[in-house]
Write a protein that binds this ligand. Sequence first.
Ligand code: ATP
Ligand code: MG
Length: 341
Amino acid sequence: HNRLFSGVQPTGDLHLGNYLGAIRRFAPMQDQFDCIFCVVDMHAITVWQDPKALRQKTREVAAAYIATGVDPKRSIIFNQSQVMQHAELAWVFNCVARIGWMNRMTQFKDKAGKNRENASLGLYAYPSLMAADILLYRGTHVPVGDDQKQHLELTRDIAGKFNNDFKNEIIEEGFEDGDFFPITEPLISGPAMRIMSLRDGSKKMSKSDPSEMSCIALMDDADKIAQKFRKAKTDPEPLPSELEGLEGRPEARNLVEIYAALSNQSSEDVLKEFGGQGFGAFKPALADLAVAHLSPISSEISRMLADPDEIDSILRDGAERAGEIAEETMKHVRQIVGFLS
Ligand code: ATP
Ligand code: MG
């Protein structure tokens, strides 16, 4: 039985990286899997969030799911904090995962920065909560961007260690092959799995990047999008005609990949069309393409945000359905680990 889970944090303005690496891939998955799409507000508070903004951003992420074609009846859309079992299973996983595993996580190192002693304990334990998100639904497939690869490997390690540590109890609980949690398959292939910052080709585009010019936000208007691409960092050379010519040119490669992903072509095809041309010609073409692609989505998100009660009720309904699956899993987990109930 295949179940797919993915989540996005309501931390800031959704951007092209979130869209291409994750959100736009969600709706098509509904044909193949039972899908659960979560707005991970408990992950968001691992770094400071203004409470009012958090509520608004939670609605915005949910609206983005729906605006890109996720059907809240067919799939489950909800916000994480409404299903308390996420926190409960994360605690169990905090006791399964090893400190040494967490110490290797590059996202923590990046986000904590130099002053690591002052980062929240939640930020450190983030991957354990993420494993709980997925495994609470015994999720088998997880579509995410490339930056989440390491966390998904950790999810597999946690599932494997849990299955192993509690082997006898799991069999006693009626799971004869001893595999209570599935070993989750990451879905991270295809183009545009790692969109880079427009200001720095060595950093991924991130909601939490303090430079507004580093991201194309889903909600940016046409002028803003054109301005941000115009000011995007590039080199003085024209575009090459072949892929090898992008070697050592991360900013140029990034823009070509964005163009390719938005027009459903390969980067090779984009270079066939634009090879030999300068960024003065390429950037406006890219901006036009992005605007044509994003503007129907952003108008739909705005339309939905005008009726927050409707979004809230979709999220409550989703939480109820998610909660039933979650409680089913937790009944077994409590029994397996030896909690008296
Ligand atoms: P934050 O800076 O708060 O971590 P974020 O931009 O990294 O925000 P997340 O909510 O952490 O966004 O991630 C949501 C999804 O978007 C994940 O599947 C993640 O892998 C994907 N994603 C994030 N940034 C990129 C990117 N630059 N390129 C491709 N996918 C991305
Ligand atoms: Mg992130």
